[in-house]
Design a protein around this ligand. Sequence first.
Ligand code: E4P
Length: 218
Amino acid sequence: MKFFVDTADVDAIRDLADTGLVDGVTTNPSLIAKSGRDFVEVVQEICDIVDGPISAEVTATEFDAMLEEGRKLAKIHKNITVKVPLTRDGLKTCKALSGDGTMVNVTLCFSANQALLAAKAGATFISPFVGRLDDIGTEGMQLIDDIVQIYANYPDLKTEVLVASVRSPMHVLEAAKIGAGVATLPPDVLHAMFKHPLTDKGLDAFLADWQKTGQSIL
Ligand code: E4P
């Protein structure tokens, strides 16, 4: 399973990339706004930190302008994955950009039929939002299960399921059990996955006992 980081905070990305466990980064207009930084500048910086797909989202809503924005973003770096919303114009843009050889992440997916359309439009990634479905009392992870199952029925579809709107390590665990290819994680969720109180307790005991031996490895 690949892990992307879901943030435009360059320091947080650099910190997590240092672990060697980060396969890509996703941003969206809200995350760019939160960073308070220039969009192109911040995306360029992220591309220099992580060698993997870096999602940068278009903000136009009509095909011609979406395509123009997408092509401009794609020129920033070979790893740019243009993010388009799951609308008719978004999928038309997806088809055109993937025809150019550009990676495309179709975002704001809330149904399995939408995911099927995105795959037919040549999406590299489909981003179903589990947290936002949970928020409205719908089982977000059921959508992941449905999409993974549907895509598996059609091996010609090459779109990867990118679990988005992840809110907790439990979402990651459930997505991994289903077999989703990618999850994009807010930094706090990735940090939390390292942690277990019994790991800390066990390590303290091992180190205390080791100290009693008076030995050193180096
Ligand atoms: C990532 O591609 C999405 O934009 C992001 O995961 C949305 O997360 P949120 O629902 O927590 O805003």
